[in-house]
Design a protein around this ligand. Structure first.
Ligand code: NI
Length: 175
């Protein structure tokens, strides 16, 4: 297993649309394991393949307290959604930013599991929000897209400043 590099906003590769997985084989399972390791190490509650620069429709999630309930969704598809709920969201690709986003409250989703078996899940609350957030990633969409352009511009400035500072710190440490 390996920890993968997570792309950060406004990287244009986060805007790519992921393609369906044809067969859930060992290569896909290896990627799922690496994505889980990357998500737990970050730490985060969800990660989409798009965020690690792989254009495949794969999502991993774990919203449990103990971090022992990994959920993997390959080719996830929302079948039904209802209600509306506003929840504060964050994203490993937009570090340090937490903003309220309105999404469906309840969803039912169909996907393939780690073994390629099809399953359906009806859920609400944090897990429902997380699944919608991750499926957005597969479409090249980020949670900051739901915010006002002004807010998004502020976030972009803050992150580019932090990236520059991190670059300087890295150079200083390397010299
Ligand atoms: Ni995210």
């Amino acid at each position: 297993m390996a920890t993968l590099t997570i792309l950060e906003f406004p990287d244009s590769r986060l805007r790519k649309r992921a393609l369906p997985v044809r067969t859930v084989d060992d290569t896909v399972r290896g990627l799922i394991d690496d994505m889980l390791e990357t998500m737990y190490a970050a730490p985060g509650v969800g990660l989409a393949a798009t965020q690690v620069n792989v254009q495949k429709r794969i999502v991993v999630i774990d919203v449990s307290e103990e971090k022992n309930e990994p959920l993997c969704l390959v080719n996830p598809e929302i079948l039904e959604q209802s209600g509306a709920e506003e929840m504060e969201e964050g994203c490993l690709s937009v570090p340090g930013v937490f903003e309220k986003v309105s999404r469906a409250e309840r969803i039912s989703v169909r996907a393939l599991n780690r073994d390629g078996g099809q399953f359906e899940l009806m859920t609400e609350g944090l897990l429902a929000v997380c699944i919608q957030h991750e499926i957005d990633h597969l479409e090249g969409k980020l949670f900051v897209d739901y915010l006002s352009p002004l807010k998004r511009q502020r976030i972009r400035k803050r992150i580019s400043k932090e990236q520059k500072q991190a670059g300087t710190a890295h150079k200083a440490a390397a010299s």
